[in-house]
Design a protein around this ligand. Structure first.
Ligand SMILES: *Cc1c(COP(=O)(O)O)cnc(C)c1O
Length: 383
């Protein structure tokens, strides 16, 4: 089966992990800060906090923005469940915003309408909005940021798919239009640390809080402590977690960053080849927006529902050993969210997208033969 995604590990990657294993520190050593510095430089943010997953990064991001049981958090409806679970971990009330069908990202128009409607009808407005750069293409952040200014909410960018992408020439993660951006280093993502994630920000206060939440809420920083009994002294000042990244993970990440531009350009090259050679008129291909340079993590085709049956096409492709997948079902259609009271029909575009989308294989190092096999199989299945 040709996988829909896969990591790409070089000998240098392996060597750098082995070096750490032979060193004094397996955790809380020098490599995690080096990795944080490298990522923050790459994405153009001032601060970075590396953790054991993007899910943890989303959780500490929410906590550091003060999300609690009185908060309202809105999330783009099409994403992995972690994008909204993080708000539930904090006890918040969540709600979902529909996507734009061309970008699969949150629709700024729908967001405006929902905010205005809730504002005029005395319904809850968001304290925090979590946007998702689906498949590796940035959301249109400027209008979203303008709304955040006007209606006083914070923004977290879930950029789990999108390291290496840019928006109006600025790297995703520069946090120009948001408070915090989160990246995932799960093996199917663009670079990997095995499990791992990072949260970046330009705000020193947010950084300090995320740092605390990552590691038990414990600090040795005298500026944060109430006193000091001696050189052994530390204080717990928040209820934090152990979300730390290991030195082995950071070493792998540090080495992977060196290949990041190469990974992105090869993924994008394969996407351009798909754009050119997938010629069924019964499918819609991803559209690169004028404001965006994507780093395609997923290549999602959308079937014309009148002409093609998704399950048929999906099954045919799997039978041809093409490891297709579906990303994603609207989060609120999962039974857990249904049990919270969410109903079908909440986000019509997202539901329509879900019934028509198929992700086809795309990864760095994908042999040309596999690319051609995917193109052939898709053209045949969608003819
Ligand atoms: C992968 C992913 C996550 C979770 O990442 P982990 O590192 O596996 O915790 C969150 N959001 C999106 C959009 C993802 O694709």
């Amino acid at each position: 089966m040709i996988p829909y995604g896969k990591q790409s590990i070089s000998n240098d990657d392996v060597e750098s992990v082995i070096d750490v294993l032979k060193s004094d520190f397996l955790t809380q050593g020098p490599v995690v800060p080096q990795f944080e510095l490298e990522i923050s430089k790459y994405v153009g943010a001032t601060y970075a906090v590396a953790v054991n997953s993007a899910t943890s990064a989303l959780h500490i991001a929410c906590l550091s923005l003060g999300v609690n049981k009185n908060s309202v958090v809105w999330i783009s409806a099409i994403s992995f469940v972690a994008s909204s679970n993080c708000a539930l971990y904090c006890g918040a009330t969540v709600d979902f915003v529909d996507i734009d069908k061309d970008t699969i990202n949150i629709s700024p128009e729908t967001l405006v309408k929902k905010i205005k409607y809730n504002y005029e009808n005395n319904l809850p407005l968001p304290d925090v909005l979590i946007v998702v750069h689906m498949a590796g293409q940035s959301c249109d952040m400027k209008p979203i940021h303008d709304l955040a200014q006007e209606y006083k909410f914070k923004i977290i960018e879930d950029a789990s798919h999108a390291i290496g992408a840019s928006y109006y020439g600025k790297p995703v993660g520069s946090c120009i239009y948001s408070d915090i951006t989160v990246f995932s280093f799960h093996p199917v993502k663009i670079i990997t640390t095995g499990e791992g994630g990072i949260a970046v920000t330009n705000d020193e206060n947010i950084y300090t809080k995320m740092n605390l939440y990552r590691s038990h809420g414990v600090t040795r920083d005298e500026r944060l402590m109430s006193g000091c009994d001696g050189p052994w002294y530390y204080e717990q000042i928040e209820l934090g977690f152990n979300y730390r990244m290991t030195e082995m993970q950071a070493a792998l990440g540090l080495s992977q960053v060196k290949s990041l531009n190469k990974f992105v350009s090869q993924r994008n090259k394969i996407a351009i080849k798909y754009d050119a050679q997938l010629h069924s008129t019964k499918i819609t291909l991803p559209v690169t927006q004028q404001y965006s340079k994507p780093s395609w993590h997923l290549y999602v085709i959308q079937l014309n529902a009148d002409k093609l049956n998704r399950e048929d096409v999906f099954t045919k492709l799997r039978e041809k050993d093409v490891g297709v997948n579906v990303h994603y079902r609207p989060i609120y259609l999962n039974p857990y969210y249904q049990s919270l009271g969410f109903k079908k029909g909440l986000c019509p575009n997202s539901e329509e997208y879900y019934s028509s989308c198929i992700s086809i294989p795309l990864y760095h190092g994908m042999p040309e033969k596999e690319q051609d096999a995917v193109i052939y199989a898709v053209n045949e299945a969608c003819a």
